[in-house]
Design a protein around this ligand. Structure first.
Ligand code: UGA
Length: 436
């Protein structure tokens, strides 16, 4: 099939390359010329495992192109809309300006019968508005939310755990579902469930999925608060809960909480839209989910202060991690970086290190000191704070070797990912979040 992908960020670039890899003829379109130049040269403009290889293969096959000219979308059977929907400045609602601009720019190139498949995360009701706007062209709007995780984006796109397609009622909708089944044929052959819904349900699935995941993380972090108050261990609690298959252990990782370009802004936009609909109460708990999450950052900072006996000013603090999670260089709403910035605000001499996100962190927070190498960050530190659970810190950091580098053996484990006994055995004062 011929396809266009409008918007080549984390979502669109991976989608374009993945669609080309399964045999489709794909053009990726983006208004950002630098991003297009990188993609054309086979380089992902952000850190995403396996994406460079997929891009190189797609470009070499001749089935994958990138351009900043919207006219190149002309002639595609399916146009995927994959632009960003950030949080609106000064509000909790989603900012739809990129969606609106992309639709406006694409409309002149839509032909009767073309499919426009929305993948961006949007407030419920957006799709119905877009359907109306494109209807004079004769194109049909479907909603096809994306569930990929950064760091696993290639895997999640090629072998998704489900494909959800919201279609309009009637024959147009049936034809659209059939075409999307063909488009995703490879994933369907490998067993991915294909769910056909109406437009609003498809939009809701995405918002609800992220809201559920955020709630699960905040649930365990709320338990961490209680565990801390009574001297219990939240990680053992999570293990015990997780054995109940109705609950499951995944997403019960406690610590400094969730961040990134999706979960925080998506729960806020979801709640804002519910309020517009007059049903804010139905998701009022999401405000609490957000508040629990943000409290984790305060708590991590306070733990460092306490660990240093209240004397932070002038101490050297090594911050291990800047990205919002491992296998990513994304620092959008990163709890890791926020902890670093706040410690610096308290007068600590903060040195941040991260295997992938340093360049982005440096650009956003030039006031912090950075170390390219973990050991360089550890050298002379009065306290170490682990805030992104890269293997480099979680698995490959030896307590004795690290101990020889630091000035004081104090570690705050903001991801509850270290084995306390091995650190204590090496004479470290280990502090987990909600752990004894
Ligand atoms: C999330 C969803 O997982 C994807 O399904 C969705 O497609 C995506 O948002 C999106 O809307 O585009 P992502 O933001 O890449 O994906 O990252 P996650 O792996 O979900 O992690 C989100 C945050 O939660 C991270 O800061 C992570 O450290 C935190 N987290 C995750 C925890 O604190 N504990 C956990 O147990 C799991």
């Amino acid at each position: 099939m011929r396809m266009s992908v409008i918007g080549c960020g984390y979502l669109g670039a991976v989608h374009a390359a993945a669609m080309a890899s399964i045999g489709h003829d794909v053009v990726g379109v983006d208004v950002d010329a630098a991003r297009i130049a990188a993609l054309r040269s086979g380089r992902a403009p952000f850190f995403e495992p396996d994406l460079d290889d997929l891009l190189a293969a797609g470009l070499a096959s001749g089935r994958l192109r990138f351009t900043d000219e919207m006219s190149a979308a002309s002639g595609a059977d399916i146009h995927f809309l994959a632009v960003g929907t950030p949080q609106r400045p000064g509000a909790h609602a989603a900012d739809l300006r990129y969606v609106d601009a992309a639709v406006d720019a694409l409309v002149p190139y839509l032909r009767p019968g073309d499919l426009l498949a929305g993948k961006s995360t949007v407030p419920v009701g957006t799709a119905a508005g877009i359907a109306e706007r494109i209807s004079p062209s004769g194109a049909v709007l479907v909603w096809n939310p994306e569930f990929l995780r950064e760091g696993w984006a290639v895997h999640d796109t090629i072998t998704p755990d489900r494909i959800v397609v919201g279609v309009p009622d009637g024959a147009d909708g049936e034809r659209a579902a059939t075409r999307l089944r063909e488009a995703y044929g490879t994933a369907l052959e490998s067993g991915a469930p294909f769910l056909v819904t109406d437009l609003a349900t498809a939009e809701l699935v995405k918002g609800a999925a992220n809201a559920f995941l955020a709630t699960k993380v905040s649930f365990i972090n709320a338990m961490a608060e209680i565990a801390e108050a009574v001297g219990a261990d939240v990680t053992l609690l999570a293990d015990a809960l997780g054995h109940d298959t109705r609950i499951g252990r995944r997403y019960l990782g406690s610590g400094i909480g969730f961040g990134g370009g999706c979960l925080p802004k998506d729960i806020r936009a979801f709640a804002a839209r519910a309020e517009e609909l007059g049903h804010g109460d139905a998701v009022g708990f999401l405000r609490e989910v957000d508040a629990i999450n943000l409290r984790r950052r305060d708590r991590a900072v306070q733990m460092v202060v306490d660990a240093l006996d209240g004397r932070v000013h002038g101490t050297r603090v090594a911050v291990l991690g800047a990205a919002f999670k491992p296998f990513s260089d994304d620092i959008r709403d990163s709890p890791a970086l926020e902890v670093a910035v706040r410690l610096r605000g308290l007068g600590a001499d903060v040195v941040v290190t991260d295997p992938a996100a340093l360049e982005n962190a440096r650009a956003l927070h030039p006031q912090l000191a950075y170390a390219d190498d973990r050991d360089e960050a550890l050298r002379g530190a009065d306290a170490v704070v682990l805030v992104t659970e890269w293997d480099l810190y979680r698995r490959e950091m030896d307590p004795d070797r690290a101990g020889a580098l630091v000035a004081r053996r104090i570690i705050v484990d903001g991801r509850n990912c270290l084995d306390p006994s091995s650190w204590r055995a090496a004479d470290w004062r280990y502090h987990g979040m909600g752990r004894r």
